[in-house]
Design a protein around this ligand. Structure first.
Ligand code: HEM
Length: 377
């Protein structure tokens, strides 16, 4: 598609963008918004509201990924400020400890599934640790966010939404009590920072803080699982690159960038035109939807020489795995550190890992590039 019709109108009327330059331009163009595209999610959550199930609807309403300026600008400013006050580099020892604990559980088994036994629990535990959630509650948070992650699946049914609303209610009550504790005695954690952060007399409300916490679990989890899983698969299937990283562990930073480009954890995002917009020789009409295929843009030969080649020493790797523009991923720095530590530690502590299946199965998902499992011996 990128070669023959890089700006293609599908039978649903939606425009599909596959070239790197066009994708970047759309993501940076303020004439494209995100809000209207959430009609689907909102319709479902509104029908829940009418049935007195509005906890989920309230949370979704305040998620950055679904907001446009000026609401987006205000919330993102406050959240970024709180996020940067708990510097992600400061978290390295904590992430290393969580990683070591997970590896110690599987070290002597002789086999493992990297996805379920390592990649899945890691990001949830890391976000829980950053927010300052007591360790004994981490497993509960993992179960809640696992159930809530169906929100990001466009095929979720109304019944799924009802179940998620119940979970959202439990999540909300849990965080209300934790917020009350932190208001009395603030700690050195992200939750306390979200409570105290201020910008020009602006603060986050309790509902907004809870909504941010839910969003962090959802956006930070599956994506990071995919990054670690896809990364280990790419390295284990390219033994020469694996050898290179074993002998030069400092290559891990560029290796993570290459994994993000080569098998982007999020493959697509969408926008809606707020006016008629010309892209190359095509006019996208006001109200029409645009599907930006990040995965295709990241394999565009006009931007990346030999794009289908997995090369951990690639230079100028300005991929779009974290999108671009005002919605650029807020967790990019955190996830980079998580993946660096997770992949390097796996490789160093379990240097003889081998794939049990030549072709592990991918999940049947459009938006996410996710493995079902990654069995290794
Ligand atoms: C936004 C990718 C990890 C928090 C985004 C977007 C992408 C993305 C593509 C933009 C969506 C759009 O424009 O429609 C990824 C990938 C990750 C990752 C590939 C890991 C490999 C994380 C983590 C967190 C996080 C660990 C937080 C703990 C967010 C938030 C937004 C976002 C809050 C919304 C920003 C906004 O709308 O202003 N991410 N993400 N992400 N991400 Fe990530």
């Amino acid at each position: 598609l990128r070669l023959v019709e890089p700006i293609h109108q599908s039978f649903t009327g939606m425009w599909v963008i596959t070239r790197y330059a066009d994708a970047k331009a759309v993501l940076r163009d303020s004439r494209f918004c995100v809000n209207k595209m959430q009609k689907n999610v909102k319709q479902k959550s509104h029908s829940l509201e009418q049935r007195d199930f509005n906890t989920l609807a309230q949370a979704i309403d305040k998620w950055l990924i679904y907001l446009d300026p000026p609401e987006h600008t205000r919330l993102r400013g406050l959240i970024s400020k709180a996020f940067s006050s708990t510097s992600v580099n400061f978290l390295r020892p904590q992430i290393q400890k969580i990683t070591d604990e997970l590896i110690s559980k599987v070290r002597h088994k002789g086999f493992m599934d990297i996805i379920s036994e390592f990649a899945c629990p890691l990001p949830c535990n890391v976000i829980a640790a950053i927010l300052g959630i007591p360790v004994e509650d981490w497993l509960q948070l993992y179960h809640w966010s696992d159930k809530l992650s169906n929100i990001l699946d466009p095929l979720s049914s109304l019944e799924d939404y009802e179940q998620m609303n119940t979970v959202a209610l439990e999540f909300t009550n849990y965080f209300k009590s934790l917020i009350a504790q932190r208001q009395k005695s603030p700690q050195q954690d992200l939750l306390s920072a979200l409570i105290t952060v201020k910008e020009q007399n602006n603060k986050l409300s309790e509902d907004e803080i809870i909504s941010v916490c839910m969003l962090l679990f959802l956006t930070g989890e599956e994506t990071t699982v995919n990054l670690i899983g896809n990364g280990m698969l790419a390295l284990l299937s390219h033994p020469e690159q694996m050898q290179q990283i074993k002998t030069q562990p400092m290559l891990i930073q560029s290796a993570v960038e290459e994994i993000l480009r080569y098998d982007s954890p999020i493959q697509i995002t969408t926008r809606v035109a707020t006016e008629d917009i010309v892209i190359d020789d095509v006019t996208v009409r006001c109200g029409e939807k645009v599907l930006v295929v990040l995965g295709a843009a990241n394999r565009d030969p006009a931007q990346f020489p030999e794009p289908d080649c997995f090369d951990i020493t690639r230079v100028n790797n300005n991929h779009l795995a974290f999108a671009d523009g005002i919605h650029y991923c807020l967790g990019a720095a955190l996830t980079r550190i998580e993946a660096e530590i997770a992949i390097n530690t796996l490789i160093q502590q379990l240097p003889d890992l081998k794939l049990s299946q030549d072709q592990p199965e991918w999940r049947n998902k459009v938006a996410f590039r996710s493995l079902k499992a990654l069995p290794v011996t």
